[in-house]
Ligand binder design. Structure first.
Ligand code: HEC
Ligand code: HEC
Ligand code: HEC
Ligand code: HEC
Ligand code: HEC
Ligand code: HEC
Ligand code: HEC
Ligand code: HEC
Length: 457
């Protein structure tokens, strides 16, 4: 706040401080530069009264100190599909001096990567090719919950799409449709054709790099039984160091200057996957630096991942990740870590995944389970959990130095699941008895048409 006030202290008008809300300690003073357009001042002043929290957040942002206003991000072309028509009513108000027609501007609520690209083209270009931005297309290509309609709209909206992103649309009144908004999922389908929401990691209206460098920024989505990266991080030595020393890390280092060993002594998710360090450049494409697709049923190289083949070479990407590690470790330490990871990948693929897949295929071939719905027969669910839950935990745990996830939540559970699965399959293969069909499958019947913007029909 001090810096903001300082930057604005020449040529300013002082605003009247509105009556304080009872539970607000004291409204801060904010001086608005004369150089701003009247329309921009109207946004700020009216919203300062309407949403003091939102306003305060903006005043603390780097944007505010660089004189970037509400208009720079929210102003829309009158012909844009996402103009909020209801908002025009704000310019017919007589209860505030800022509600006058001369301040009227068409606005869009969603501020998309395309809007940010005006000033941040590199970040947006990288983001656009990432799996984050393209996740909806991947999900609609491969996921049985969506493809086969095994869950319903309420379950999707409150779960899947909150992390992966909805397809925004307006309702009849010209407001954002309740079935699609609020939403800041990583692959949100925006009405201007762009994908994603930069606020997944940089929440509005601070848009802070410090926030995105913290593991919590990622842990809001990267958690739970099927992708427990935040739990894995917490278990790792790196996480333990973060817990002990995180308070002294220099989170606010200028973008691109956050330096291993100088600004932090243990890496976070962002240090390893996104932030530039040593010879490695910052990236907004999280598939960079990866040499495996550890989340996939059969572990493959990123360029062999069919729904979205990476346009890079895994060996080059692995070297980038290693260059991050060697800011703090020697080559032997890091090379040996990857030897271990590669063995774990082979172990999972050959001992658990391939044999289980062969058994499932045999059940289909012999007609003992049906191909129509997925999850509506026991072997399908058991097989899914083997690769999607414990099989991922084992691989991710090994990749990010968490032995409890690699073994107790990982391979130990794989063995357990595999034995049950094999026993059940062998019984039915022997008897020739079909597996009972769980019908009706609870909550199934979701719309199986992919959003038009994905061009998948
Ligand atoms: C005279 C007051 C006033 C002015 C001027 C004003 N707004 Fe608003 N705006 C509001 C109010 C009140 C709401 C919330 C309405 C509600 O809660 O349903 C709102 C809502 C919004 C929303 C959210 C719309 C939605 O989908 O819910 C955005 C974004 C927004 N304003 C941005 C702006 C921008 C940008 C400007 C300047 C170009 C601006 N406003 C000018 C009063 C104003
Ligand atoms: C750097 C770009 C940027 C600036 C500057 C900016 N906004 Fe936003 N605003 C966003 C983004 C991004 C969102 C979140 C919506 C999304 O994910 O698309 C948002 C959301 C909103 C919302 C809806 C949020 C809610 O909780 O209801 C309102 C209202 C709003 N902005 C008003 C303003 C006002 C008023 C200003 C100026 C004081 C302002 N914005 C400045 C980018 C910006
Ligand atoms: C009109 C130009 C403009 C637009 C539009 C814009 N920004 Fe910025 N942004 C800037 C400038 C200028 C800075 C650098 C300010 C500084 O260095 O003090 C900045 C800085 C940032 C930072 C770094 C903040 C920090 O803590 O160092 C982030 C993150 C950011 N912007 C995100 C966004 C996002 C996300 C959007 C779209 C929702 C967006 N910006 C839209 C101009 C813009
Ligand atoms: C808590 C947030 C969250 C929820 C809820 C969620 N996901 Fe995910 N999903 C993720 C994350 C994070 C990943 C990345 C996993 C990885 O790479 O380790 C992911 C991965 C996936 C993938 C794999 C993509 C690939 O590249 O192979 C699919 C498909 C998917 N999710 C579909 C769904 C569906 C369908 C639902 C709801 C039934 C759902 N997800 C619910 C966060 C979530
Ligand atoms: C998955 C989380 C994530 C998302 C989503 C994300 N960012 Fe970032 N962003 C980061 C991290 C982490 C950094 C810090 C890099 C560093 O340490 O310097 C960063 C830094 C930035 C910076 C500072 C300059 C730089 O490149 O280091 C800008 C500007 C920025 N992001 C804009 C955006 C825009 C625009 C979008 C949407 C297209 C976006 N970010 C989406 C995590 C994210
Ligand atoms: C709003 C939810 C969300 C947030 C926040 C988020 N992610 Fe993700 N992330 C996802 C989803 C969903 C996927 C799966 C995309 C896919 O494969 O379809 C994913 C995938 C990934 C992948 C795998 C890419 C690949 O090629 O397999 C990495 C690595 C990743 N995220 C890192 C991060 C990091 C680091 C952060 C924090 C700086 C972060 N994510 C923040 C939802 C999120
Ligand atoms: C010490 C560095 C490091 C830290 C810290 C770290 N990761 Fe990783 N992460 C890795 C490595 C190494 C891999 C495996 C890379 C490969 O494929 O070669 C990986 C793999 C992943 C994947 C799997 C991508 C896939 O193949 O599906 C995701 C998702 C991911 N990390 C997210 C995160 C998140 C979220 C955090 C923080 C909670 C985090 N990582 C912390 C180094 C790190
Ligand atoms: C910012 C510095 C930093 C970076 C970057 C970093 N580490 Fe570490 N790492 C440490 C420190 C410090 C320790 C604790 C060493 C000890 O036990 O004294 C550690 C511990 C480890 C351990 C030991 C885990 C255990 O439980 O014994 C492994 C393995 C490891 N790191 C691998 C990596 C790999 C692989 C990367 C890159 C993907 C990486 N580290 C990146 C600082 C870092």
């Amino acid at each position: 706040m001090k810096r903001v006030l300082f930057l604005f202290c020449c040529g300013v008008i002082l605003l009247a401080v509105p009556a304080m809300a009872q539970n607000m300690p004291k409204m801060k003073e904010f001086r608005i530069e004369r150089g701003m357009s009247e329309q921009a001042k109207a946004c700020i002043n009216c919203h300062k009264a309407e949403n003091p929290g939102l306003f305060a957040d903006w005043t603390m942002s780097r944007h505010a100190s660089a004189n970037i206003t509400c208009l720079d991000c929210h102003q829309a072309d009158p012909a844009d599909k996402d103009v909020i028509k209801e908002h025009f009513k704000q310019y017919e108000r007589s209860d505030t001096q800022w509600g006058r027609p001369e301040y009227k501007v068409p606005i869009a609520t969603a501020v998309t990567p395309k809007d940010c690209s005006r000033c941040h083209p590199d970040e947006v270009k990288q983001y656009a090719r990432s799996k984050h931005a393209n996740t909806n297309s991947i999900v609609w290509k491969i996921d049985p919950w969506m493809r086969k309609g095994m869950n319903n709209a309420a379950e999707r909206q409150s779960g899947c799409l909150t992390c992966h992103g909805t397809a925004l649309k307006l309702d009849d009144k010209g407001n954002l449709d309740a079935a699609t908004w609020p939403n800041v999922g990583v692959g949100r389908i925006n009405m201007d054709g762009s994908f994603g929401s930069c606020t997944s990691c940089h929440t509005r209206h601070r848009f802070s790099v410090a926030e995105a460098r913290r593991p919590q920024a990622c842990g809001q989505c990267h958690l739970g039984p099927d992708h427990p990266q935040i739990e894995i991080f917490t278990e790792s030595k790196h996480g333990a160091i973060y817990d002990s020393f995180g308070e002294s890390y220099n989170w606010d280092a200028a973008p691109g200057t956050w330096t291993a060993g100088v600004d932090y002594r243990g890496p976070t998710c962002a240090s390893c996957h996104m932030s530039g360090t040593g010879p490695v450049m910052t990236t907004h494409d999280v598939t960079e630096r990866l040499s495996w697709e550890l989340q996939a049923p059969l572990t493959v190289r990123p360029q062999d991942f069919k729904p979205l083949p990476a346009q890079n070479d895994w060996k080059v990407e692995r070297d980038k990740m290693k260059a991050v590690c060697t800011q703090c470790h020697t080559n032997t330490w890091v090379d040996n870590h990857y030897v271990k990871l590669d063995k774990v990948v082979a172990n999972y693929n050959d001992i658990y995944f391939k044999p289980a897949k062969a058994m499932l295929d045999e059940l289909y071939a012999k007609g003992l389970i049906t191909k129509e719905g997925f999850f509506d027969e026991r072997p399908e669910v058991e097989f899914y959990e083997l690769w999607h839950h414990e099989g991922r935990r084992a691989r991710m745990g090994a990749a990010m130095m968490a032995p409890d996830y690699a073994w107790w939540h990982g391979f130990y559970e794989c063995k357990h699941r595999f034995n049950h699965f094999r026993e059940m399959v062998e019984e039915h293969l022997k008897s020739g008895e079909k597996f009972p069909l769980w019908q009706p499958y609870p909550g199934s019947g979701g719309d199986t048409t992919p959003p038009a913007a994905l061009n998948l029909q």
